[in-house]
Design a protein. Structure first.
Length: 240
């Protein structure tokens, strides 16, 4: 086959939009229709539409949909409050909870035949990592002002230049480690599933990997958000 048959590709072809046959399309419109972008939009549309349909009007006695979202949101809030305190959790909850729910769903959607995980593309994971990286430095400057530089020079004045270089290298390495970890694990899951579907059939053989894929998807979303919490908390703490 020249390119994989994906659910979104069928829709793009049906409505007359270009279906890219390469990793990077030849035209701007083809680049906008790349699978990792279209599936990312699909995940975002799901997150807009499904809560609206399942929540509806909030009730004093919640139904099934409201129970699910209250449990999810409450559980995430408790998790963040435990690791960073209630006040900081309240401030950072919108961005951290959005990242977790988006990443978890984006990881899991690739387990459905004909779909792919947008997080199996480095462009998506790197974009989210840049958001986290900029956010935690913004929090550092907002909390400490220009004294935030003390986080990068260490406690010994004579070692400050050497420590500054090491800290800057380590800080920029977060862009690589955080994005590559999520990208590598989800890409490996997708490749393994594709190989099993081709070699062993589409029903029973891939089932153990599908179950493992759900676990990996949730764990990788949790790891990404937990590291984001650590970076943000570290930036807001006093330099030692």
């Amino acid at each position: 086959m020249e390119h994989p048959i994906l659910f979104i590709s069928v829709i793009l072809s049906w409505i007359g939009l270009p279906v890219p046959h390469t990793e990077i399309g030849a035209t701007f419109l083809e680049k906008l229709c790349e699978p990792y972008l279209t599936y990312s939009w699909l995940v975002m549309a799901f997150l807009f539409v499904v809560p609206k349909l399942t929540l509806g009007k909030l009730e004093l006695v919640p139904g099934t949909g409201q129970n699910f979202w209250e449990t999810l949101v409450g559980g995430l809030m408790d998790f963040f409050a435990e690791h960073m305190g209630k006040e900081r959790a309240r401030i950072l909850f919108p961005i951290l909870a959005t990242l977790f729910i988006y990443i978890a769903l984006a990881n899991i959607i690739g387990l459905i035949p004909g779909f792919m995980s947008p997080t199996s593309n480095l462009n998506i994971t790197l974009a989210m990592t840049i958001i986290v990286w900029v956010t935690h430095h913004y929090l550092g400057f907002r909390t400490h002002g220009w004294k935030y530089y003390k986080h990068f020079i260490g406690p010994i004045a004579i070692m400050a230049p050497f420590m500054f270089v090491l800290e800057m290298i380590g800080n920029f390495a977060r862009l690589i480690s955080l994005s590559m970890r999520l990208f590598g694990n989800i890409l490996a899951k997708e490749i393994l599933l594709a190989v099993l579907f081709m070699l062993a059939g589409a029903i029973f053989a891939p089932l153990p990997i599908l179950c493992l894929g759900v676990l990996v998807s949730l764990i990788q979303a949790l790891v990404f958000v937990l590291l984001s919490v650590i970076y943000c908390v570290g930036a807001m703490e006093h330099a030692h």
